[in-house]
Design a protein around this ligand. Structure first.
Ligand code: FAD
Length: 488
C-alpha cells in the first residue's frame, strides 16, 4: 500500500482522505488544531452550541457521492433536514424576500416589487441551470484545470453562456429592482467572490440551491465533520491532531514526506489542504524556486464573527437571515478593494435553534452573526476594535432593525476576527476563502490541484480548483483524486 499524507483536515481533506482510502491508499491526515474540520469548528458554552464556519448545506448529491465511494450511506451518519425558505433577506427599508426553491412563491413575492422582474424569474433560472449543467453535470467542477487545453475548450461554451461576464451585470440584464439584483447576484459572496467582479459562472449557485435544496444537519454542521471523520477512520485512515506540519522536505524534485512535532513521516505523495501561501512557505529544498508558487494574487475578504447566547426568541430571525445595508456596490468595494472598515455593514445571522432545539437551552437561541469585512491587508487592530465593532452591530440590531430589548437578553458574546483566521487556521491575510475567485484567479489561473514542479505534491480545498464552499472543496477532492490516479 502506498502512503498519502494530507496536511490539514478541512472538508476537502476529509473528502479526499475517504476517496483515497477507498482506492486502497494508506492515508494520514495531520491537523494543527485540536479538532478536525478546518473552518467547520464548533464550540459549546452554557448550554448553547455554535458552528463557527459553514452553516448552509447545499448540493447534497455531492456529499452523498463521497459516502457512496466509501460504500456507505450518508443517512446512517447524519439527519439531514430541508429548510424552507432557504433564508430570509431583509433590505435596508425592512422589506424582505423569503428566498425559496419554489418558483411560484418566488414569483409571487417578486411581483410586489416589480412585475416585469417576476416575469423574468424563470428565464434567469434557465440561464443559471445551463451554467450549472456545464459545471456540475458535465464535470467541469470536478476536472482539474491544470492544462491550458481544458480551459481553452471551455471558453467558447462559457462565452456563449455569458459565464465570463461579471455576475452582477448578468443579473441586471434580467432584473430592475435593487432587491432582485441583489438576490440573484449575491451568491458569489458565499465563496469569497465580489459579485461585481467574479465571472457569472458562479450564478449557477442559484440553480444548485434550487435543484438540491438548502439543508441542515441535526446537531449542527459539526455532525457532518464527525460523519466524515468516522467514515475515514472506518476505512483505516489515520488522523493526527495537534500536529502542525512545519516542513515538506523535497529531495530530487519530490516531496518525500512531512515533518510535524519534530518527527519525519515518509510518504509517496503529499497533499496540502492548508492555505496555499502557507504550503509554499514550508516547502524545504535547496532549490528555492520550488517555493515560488502562485501566491502573489489578490486575496478575498474576511469575516467578523460573533456568537451570542440569547435568552429570548425573536420571530424576526429565521434559521438563516440576511440583513442588508443600504449600500451594495460601495460596501463591497470598501471590503474587497478599498480595504477599510466602514460605518455600515451587512450581515448573515444563523439561528440553528429555530430548527434544532438541542442547540440552545429551552426558550433561548444560539445566534451566530457573520459580517463580511476587509482582510488583514487593511491593518485593522482587531484586538482593540472587536468589542467596539461588536457593540455597533448589537446597537444596530436593537435600535434600527428592531430586536426588542436585545442587549439585555444577551447571556454572553464571543468573537472570532480575521486575526483568529490567521492565527488559528493559518489563513493568509486572515481570509478563509483564499485568493478571490476573479476570472484571472479561476480554473486554469487558480493554484493547480497538482504542483507544476513537484509532481507528487497535490492540493485540495478552497485555495485550488474549483474553489471555496463545501460543494467546491468536495469537487476539488474528486479533481485531485483523478490527478493522483493518473500520476500513480
Ligand atoms: C465563516 C464561514 C462561513 C462559511 N459558510 C459556508 C456555508 O454556509 N456553506 C458552505 O458551503 N461554505 C461555507 N464556507 C466556506 C467553507 O467553509 C470552506 O470553503 C471550506 O470549509 C474550506 O474547506 P477546506 O477543505 O479548504 O479546508 P479548511 O476548512 O480551510 O481547513 C484547512 C485546515 O488546514 C489546517 N492547517 C493549516 N496549516 C496547517 C499545517 N501547516 N499543518 C497542519 N494543519 C494545517 C487548518 O488548521 C485547517 O483545519 C464558510 C466559511 C467560513 C469561514
Amino acid at each position: 500500500m502506498k502512503t498519502a499524507i494530507i496536511i490539514g483536515s478541512g472538508f476537502g481533506a476529509l473528502s479526499l482522505g475517504i476517496r483515497l482510502q477507498a482506492d486502497n491508499w494508506n492515508v494520514k491526515i495531520f491537523e494543527k488544531n485540536q479538532a478536525p474540520g478546518g473552518h467547520a469548528q464548533q464550540f459549546k458554552k452554557n448550554g448553547y452550541t455554535f458552528d463557527m464556519g459553514p452553516s448552509l448545506i447545499t448540493a447534497p448529491d455531492i456529499l452523498k457521492s463521497i459516502f457512496i465511494k466509501a460504500g456507505k450511506d450518508l443517512n446512517d451518519y447524519v439527519s439531514l433536514v430541508p429548510l424552507d425558505p432557504f433564508y430570509r433577506v431583509y433590505f435596508h427599508d425592512k422589506s424582505f424576500i423569503d428566498y425559496t426553491g419554489d418558483s411560484q412563491r418566488m414569483i409571487n413575492q417578486m411581483k410586489n416589487f416589480n412585475p416585469q422582474d417576476a416575469d423574468n424569474y424563470n428565464k434567469f433560472i434557465d440561464k443559471s441551470k445551463e451554467i450549472y449543467k456545464a459545471v456540475i453535470e458535465d464535470g467541469l467542477g470536478s476536472t482539474a484545470f491544470n492544462n491550458l487545453g481544458i480551459m481553452l475548450k471551455f471558453i467558447p461554451r462559457a462565452t456563449k453562456l455569458n459565464a465570463l461576464l461579471p455576475a452582477y451585470s448578468v443579473a441586471s440584464k434580467y432584473f430592475e429592482d435593487f432587491r432582485h439584483r441583489f438576490m440573484f447576484s449575491f451568491h458569489p459572496l458565499f465563496i469569497g467572490g465580489n459579485p461585481f467582479k467574479v465571472p457569472s459562472v458562479y450564478l449557477m449557485i442559484s440553480y444548485l440551491e434550487k435543484a438540491g435544496g438548502v439543508w441542515y444537519t441535526i446537531g449542527g454542521m459539526y455532525s457532518l465533520v464527525q460523519a466524515f471523520v468516522s467514515v475515514f477512520k472506518e476505512l483505516g485512515g489515520e488522523l493526527y491532531t495537534n500536529s502542525e506540519v512545519n516542513e515538506i522536505p523535497v529531495k530530487d524534485g519530490k516531496a518525500i514526506g512531512i515533518i510535524s512535532n519534530d518527527k519525519f513521516y515518509e510518504a509517496d505523495i503529499v497533499i496540502s489542504n492548508a492555505d496555499v501561501t502557507r504550503t509554499y512557505s514550508i516547502l524545504k529544498s535547496k532549490d528555492e524556486s520550488y517555493r515560488n508558487g502562485n501566491v502573489s494574487g489578490k486575496y478575498s475578504m474576511s469575516a467578523f464573527l460573533m456568537f451570542l447566547g440569547v435568552k429570548k426568541k425573536y420571530p424576526e430571525l429565521l434559521h438563516h437571515t440576511i440583513i442588508l445595508s443600504h449600500r451594495y456596490k460601495e460596501l463591497v468595494t470598501d471590503i474587497f478593494d478599498r480595504h477599510i472598515l466602514p460605518d455600515d455593514f451587512s450581515m448573515y445571522v444563523h439561528v440553528p435553534s429555530k430548527t434544532d432545539p438541542s442547540m440552545a437551552p429551552e426558550g433561548c437561541d444560539s445566534i451566530y452573526i457573520l459580517v463580511p469585512v476587509t482582510n488583514l491587508q487593511a491593518g485593522v487592530d482587531w484586538d482593540k476594535e472587536k468589542t467596539t465593532y461588536g457593540d455597533k452591530i448589537i446597537n444596530f440590531l436593537e435600535n434600527n432593525f428592531g430586536l426588542e430589548d436585545f442587549k439585555n437578553n444577551i447571556d454572553f458574546i464571543d468573537y472570532f476576527t480575521p486575526k483568529d483566521f490567521l492565527l488559528q487556521r493559518n489563513s493568509a491575510f486572515g481570509t478563509p476563502w483564499g485568493l478571490e475567485p476573479v476570472l484571472t484567479q479561476t480554473a486554469y489561473f487558480r493554484q493547480h490541484n497538482q504542483s507544476k514542479k513537484i509532481k507528487n505534491l497535490f492540493f485540495v480545498g478552497a485555495g485550488t480548483h474549483p474553489g471555496a464552499g463545501l460543494p467546491g472543496v468536495m469537487l476539488s477532492a474528486e479533481a485531485t483524486e483523478k490527478l493522483i490516479k493518473k500520476y500513480h
